[in-house]
Write a protein that binds this ligand. Structure first.
Ligand code: AMP
Ligand code: MG
Length: 486
């Protein structure tokens, strides 16, 4: 019997041979309680959200009881971590519960994160703490609201059981959903072990379920790789345009579907800093904001190696060489949209670069600036924007160029404004907001999680009731330190 009356669980990973996963037994947490449930995602799935907190739902979402007859599996993968190949990683604290079909006919894999030890846990405890689970829950739904491809969050459960990080904290389990959680590292592990048959099996599985159109191509595996390159380029262009830093772009955290995956020490930038490093453990700044596009390519090179048994090297190199231009075109079109430019001119990129340089110099709040830019007036002093710069003349200089450029636009001012408000979010998950939700939750109050989730699901809408989430961060926001410890 399924814990949710309307859902039938399957386990598609079983189509792959046992070398791809390990079976996991349930490791119950005591006194589980629901911290948050995603009513909108429930609707998509065809689940009544009240079922999440009923005993069968809660038992599943906390990992205390798996779906009868459906094996829970932890997947094997490897990956390059901070540039170094680690031969075996795998789901150390995640497991797949199985998959279900939603009301639109799409199949979702369900994972629990923090449900206990697996054979891949290495030195870890298989658990997650409430703090990091809240961050992943809120950020995945914020990204979805922004229209950026991501794994989704269905529910979060907590337990008084202690989990030790720098200090004792309490356990939590995230239920996250995606079309697939297969990573670049899922391919890499078999390449480095010389198990080329398994690479082919995995590629066939991925094509069958996620890239079926590739099967009709002359070279299906090359077509698959081309699609992964394209999706990665698009994803990272989205991150850059919205000011998001992932924090740990190791190849084991890179989704072959181009989803934002494995939220750890991520961060949306407050003041713009091109070299921003959100992960305090990343001392060399390998995954700094301005490195992300390049790291995407580096990671694709790792994946390309794993594709060598399937696709000839020249083809792979040619596909990799297209990444930069694809990334650049996506980025440019996203940035043009942010500036409200419907036409294209050769000088647009220089105009965007000049703006980013000025914002970098002044640590101008990235989200506030672009939101306010919708109100830019050609023959005015635009003080709401101007005030975001310490040196007002730098803004004035740029504003004069921007005003001249806007004269070339055919759209009406009202149309431009509407278009800009639809792409420049009013709300992002600022670190300090997540921190406030965490502190309240640690005292047993989950109301802020629910409000933030609701607000961030519609980040482009005015939502005056959430005005308090839209301002500049308080001074203490700069002191927040986020690292891999979660
Ligand atoms: P990450 O970079 O945080 O996505 O994780 C890298 C690897 O460490 C993955 O194999 C994770 O499953 C594993 N890992 C992270 N935290 C834990 C933990 N608390 N217990 C077991 N494995 C973990
Ligand atoms: Mg990971």
């Amino acid at each position: 019997m399924s814990p949710f009356s309307s859902l039938t669980f399957g386990q598609r990973l079983l189509e792959l041979p046992p070398v791809f996963y390990r079976h996991i037994q349930s490791q119950p947490l005591s006194e589980p309680y629901l911290v948050a449930g995603n009513a909108r995602l429930c609707e998509t799935l065809g689940v009544t959200s009240s079922e999440l907190s009923q005993p069968a739902g809660l038992a599943l979402l906390s990992g205390n009881q798996f779906v009868p007859g459906v094996p829970a599996l932890a997947a094997l993968y490897a990956g390059h971590q901070f540039g170094v190949y680690v031969p075996q990683l795998g789901d150390g604290r995640a497991l797949s519960l199985g998959d279900t079909v939603d009301t639109a006919g799409r199949r979702w894999e369900w994972q629990l994160k923090g449900a206990g030890l697996t054979p891949f846990s290495r030195m870890g405890d298989g658990r997650a703490v409430l703090r990091s689970t809240i961050r992943e829950y809120l950020c995945s739904e914020a990204m979805h609201g922004l229209g950026i491809p991501t794994t989704r969050a269905l529910a979060m459960t907590g337990s008084p059981d202690p989990v030790y990080r720098e200090r004792p904290e309490t356990a939590a389990v995230l239920t996250r959903l995606a079309e697939s959680f297969i990573r670049f590292g899922s391919f890499e592990v078999f390449y480095h072990r010389g198990q080329h048959d398994e690479i082919r099996l995995l590629a066939d599985f991925v094509i069958r379920h996620h890239f079926p159109h590739c099967a009709d191509e002359e070279q299906p595996y090359a077509a698959l790789f081309a699609d992964i390159v394209a999706r990665t380029a698009q994803l990272i262009a989205h991150w850059q345009a919205v000011g998001f830093c992932h924090g740990v772009m190791n190849t084991d955290n890179m989704s072959i579907l181009g989803l934002t995956l494995d939220y750890g020490p991520f961060g949306f930038m407050d003041g713009f800093n091109a070299a921003h490093v959100c992960n305090h453990s990343d001392h060399a700044g390998r995954y700094a904001y301005n490195q992300q596009p390049q790291v995407g390519l580096w990671n694709l090179h790792c994946l390309a190696s794993a594709f060598l048994p399937l696709v000839d090297e020249d083809t792979l190199l040619a596909l990799l060489s297209g990444y930069r231009e694809q990334y650049h075109q996506h980025w440019l079109s996203l940035m043009r949209a942010k500036l409200g430019l419907a036409e294209s001119t050769d000088d647009d990129e220089a105009l965007i670069e000049a703006l980013l340089l000025a914002m970098h110099a002044h640590h101008t709040d990235y989200t506030l600036f672009f939101r306010r830019l919708a109100d830019f007036e050609i023959a005015a002093d635009n003080h709401a924007l101007r005030d975001l710069f310490v040196d007002r003349s730098l803004f004035d200089e740029w504003a004069a160029r921007y005003a001249a450029r806007l004269q070339l636009e055919a759209r009406s001012v009202a149309e431009r404004k509407l278009a800009m408000l639809a792409v420049n979010p009013k709300f992002i998950l600022r670190n300090y907001l997540a921190e406030q939700a965490i502190q309240a939750a640690q005292q047993g109050d989950f109301a802020l999680i629910a409000s933030l989730h609701d607000c961030l699901s519609h980040p482009f809408d005015e939502q005056p009731q959430y005005q308090a989430f839209a301002g500049e961060p308080p001074a203490w926001a700069q002191e927040i330190s986020v690292s891999c410890s979660s």
